[in-house]
Design a protein around this ligand. Structure first.
Ligand code: ADP
Ligand code: MG
Length: 721
């Protein structure tokens, strides 16, 4: 076994398990080493049965006296009952629905049992404890680093009990015990991990060596070991980001871009022509961008603003200014729906001033009129070659599109500015191409992921940041309610009333159809028949609940044409209710909608729910967001109650990290704008150190071959986002 050994070759990993692990991004032994726990259970205290206290999380070491399975006919549960004893007394143990335990454990077996004890008139009892045979191999072997505290000196090593027990993010069909067992098989390999931090950095910041940090994050000896290990691994993540930033800063130090003069009169006139007044932070952001564009070094700026804060108009000002200087500007969106929407907004804002075009992959049609916004069927047939010719000859100044803009045939005559909306949604390769195509142009990326300026500056070393931190005035707060299942009918009645008033409604489901999981990674496991999917909800709503209303559906596996068609109908108010997966998450702007109803809300991250909620409340109408849960875990409910009360995107993102753990939050496609598994934006001290260290090392990178290899590998592997 080595670091590259496929997990399928580990003991007890069949095809199914291998598939499930793959969903978690675990394909090799090394991946397992870097699959970190998100919390730990403290079962270190090993006590005598006679000393058990009610409610304490502890471990007992005992002998099985009796064990038997039985069925409870009323509750249809499988119950395993056991009596165990040590020298001090005996203890009743019960497990529900794990009949294999009754077959695995035998009278006479010696076990550790970890869990919470209960005491009643009949003495002590444990319900559903984690069990582990005393000295069953393979338990975690290396004696120096991972023996359970209380077992020191006895030569006993445990994996699941009698220690700080690691808890991992799971996916359906995998258990904590399985993952722990697998990690315990590969943990010896941590010694084989090559240290890639230079000694000078390890010494200066007193960091744990990589191999012991990997040991300690999975099977910590104690809190100190855990803290040291966590700090080291967080440092790694942040250091790589900082080093990358520092390297590209050095690289770009002498890059050139065209200086685009700030055409103050024309911009002022444009602002005066808007049907609204810009907010203060819109003005500041626009000003910062326009200042950057004047420089002869390329702008590299992030425009961060919550959903609906009005980033588009700021982008439009920058593009207009580029056009006024005789340069072209590109605005790239992650989906076709968004590209078309951007196109329509930009045409409305600027169409009478400059020529605007749209280019997406699936459309062989292009607008010829640049003076009005268009619905889909109005995109007149336009020869693609001519269109590309127009771009090449600077006959179109502002080009909006998807990644289709990155294809070979697309050439610009004078590209001055590249703007990318929600850059993290593009693949790594695409992002690289964006940068290459835009070589020599100013670069702006826009994101709705809210990050406070100070933190953003610390994390993205080479990036300038502009922040729009207020919503345009007059927006009504979206009323958010977590709805009890008994009130579902009331919610439907409410939706009907809204439709009567002329409003429209979104219904978001976590899945497409029963077998198509949109979000494979989840800490929760769902019974099959309970899943809310777009197709089943569409069926139910259109046939049973709202047979008289116009219901449509949308999901990511439809052909682009079908998607467009449905979206267009909804936009034109030919549909009252749109059932959809998370494809409505980003940017979709349909001001007439007033209700966002979310099924299986516990399956989404808070930042993502916030994005959904941002789809409504985009006009004068009071808007509503209803959350329904499929599985009521107390943790899920706590998160959703927090969401009910909070409207600040940054607060929500932080809460998400705190509640769901970085593994889960950053494991999903929606969450990661950085490849962080352990580190948080709030790890200010470590961020500072990592930045210092990156500055120290970057100019001499060639001296550190292992680190050079690591940063290359990291660049290629930031595929988690
Ligand atoms: P986002 O930042 O989410 O991309 P948009 O740019 O789509 O937000 O803007 C959301 C809506 O707010 C648009 O309909 C836009 O016309 C409108 N808007 C933008 N700025 C203002 C403003 N200062 N006052 C009023 N409405 C505005
Ligand atoms: Mg937007």
């Amino acid at each position: 076994m080595n670091l590259n050994t496929p997990i399928s070759q580990l003991s007890r990993v069949g095809k199914t398990t291998a598939k499930r692990l793959e969903r978690l991004g675990v394909a090799t032994a090394a991946d397992l080493l870097f699959y970190f726990p998100f919390r730990y259970e403290d079962f270190r205290s090993v006590v005598k049965i006679a000393d058990l206290k009610h409610g304490e999380a502890v471990t007992v070491r005992a002998k099985v006296e009796l064990i038997a399975n039985k069925r409870s006919p009323r509750q249809r549960k499988n119950i395993t009952e056991a009596l165990v004893s040590d020298a001090s007394g005996s203890l009743r143990v019960v497990w529900f629905n794990q009949p294999f335990i009754g077959k695995t454990l035998r009278p006479g077996d010696e076990v550790f049992l970890s869990g919470k004890a209960r005491t009643d008139m009949l003495g002590a009892q444990m319900i559903g404890p984690v069990y582990e045979r005393v000295n069953t191999p393979p338990s975690v072997p290396p004696p120096e680093t991972s023996s359970g505290q209380a077992l020191k000196g006895e030569g006993l090593y445990t994996t699941h009990t009698a220690r700080l027990v690691p808890m991992y993010p799971l996916t359906a069909g995998l258990t904590q015990k399985q993952i722990r067992f697998l990690v315990s098989q590969v943990i010896v390999l941590s010694a084989a991990m090559q240290e890639w931090l230079p000694d000078e950095i390890l010494d200066k910041y007193d960091l744990a060596p990589l191999s012991s940090a990997l040991q300690g994050i999975h099977f910590p000896k104690d809190e100190i070991d855990l803290a040291k290990s966590t700090e080291r691994l967080k440092f790694d993540e942040l250091f790589l980001i900082q080093l990358k930033a520092e390297l590209s800063r050095l690289e770009k130090a002498d890059a050139k871009a065209p200086s685009l003069a700030f055409n103050e009169n024309a911009i002022k006139e444009f602002v005066a022509s808007l049907p609204f007044t810009l907010t203060k932070t819109q003005k500041i952001s626009a000003w910062e961008i326009l200042q950057d564009l004047q420089k002869t070094t390329p702008m590299n700026r992030l425009l961060s603003g919550d959903v609906g804060s009005g980033k588009t108009v700021v982008a439009a000002m920058a593009m207009y200014n580029a056009a006024l200087n005789g340069y072209q500007a590109v605005l790239m969106a992650p989906t076709e729906i968004l590209a078309v929407q951007h196109y329509n907004s930009i045409v409305n804002l600027l169409g009478h001033k400059v020529k605007v075009g749209l280019l997406t992959g699936s459309k062989s049609q292009f607008p010829i009129s640049n003076f009005q916004s268009m619905t889909n069927d109005q995109f007149s047939k336009f020869n693609k070659k001519d269109f590309l010719e127009k771009i090449k000859s600077n006959n179109i100044q502002i080009i909006i599109g998807t990644h289709a803009l990155l294809t070979e045939g697309v050439e610009f005559e004078r590209l001055g500015l590249v703007i990318v909306d929600e850059q993290h949604r593009f693949g790594v390769g695409q992002r690289k191409t964006i940068k290459e195509k835009g070589g020599g142009a100013h670069f702006l990326s826009m994101t709705a992921t809210p990050i406070p300026r100070s933190l953003a500056l610390m994390v993205y070393g080479d990036l300038d940041v502009s922040i729009i931190n207020e919503l345009p005035p007059g927006r009504k707060k979206i009323l958010t309610r977590l709805v009890e299942p008994v009130n579902r009918v009331k919610a439907y009645t409410f939706i009907r009333e809204q439709v009567k008033k002329g409003r429209q409604c979104f219904v978001v489901c976590p899945l497409i159809g029963a077998n198509n999981e949109e979000f494979p990674i989840s800490n929760f496991q769902f019974p099959k028949d309970d899943k809310k999917s777009v197709l089943s909800e569409f069926e139910k709503l259109s046939k049973n609940i709202f047979p008289d209303l116009r219901v449509g559906y949308l999901h990511g596996r439809l052909k682009p044409k079908e998607k467009d068609g449905t979206m267009e109908k909804f936009r034109k108010r030919e549909l009252d209710i749109l059932v959809s997966t998370s494809v409505v998450e980003v940017g979709v702007d349909i001001p007439n909608t007033s209700v966002m109803m979310i099924e299986g809300a516990e399956r989404f991250g808070l930042a993502q729910l916030h994005q959904f909620r941002g789809r409504v409340g985009r006009s004068v109408h009071q808007s509503y967001c209803f959350l329904f849960v499929e599985q009521e875990s107390p943790r899920a409910l706590e998160r959703l109650r927090f969401f009910e009360k909070n409207n600040d995107g940054f607060k929500l993102a932080e809460k998400d990290l705190e509640m769901r753990g970085p593994g889960e939050v950053y494991g999903t496609a929606q969450s990661g704008f950085m490849n962080l598994r352990l580190a948080k934006l709030t790890d200010k001290e470590i961020i500072k150190k990592a930045r210092e260290a990156a500055r120290q090392v970057a100019p001499r990178l060639g001296k550190f071959p292992t680190l050079t290899a690591k940063i290359k590998e990291w660049e290629n592997a930031v595929h988690l986002e």
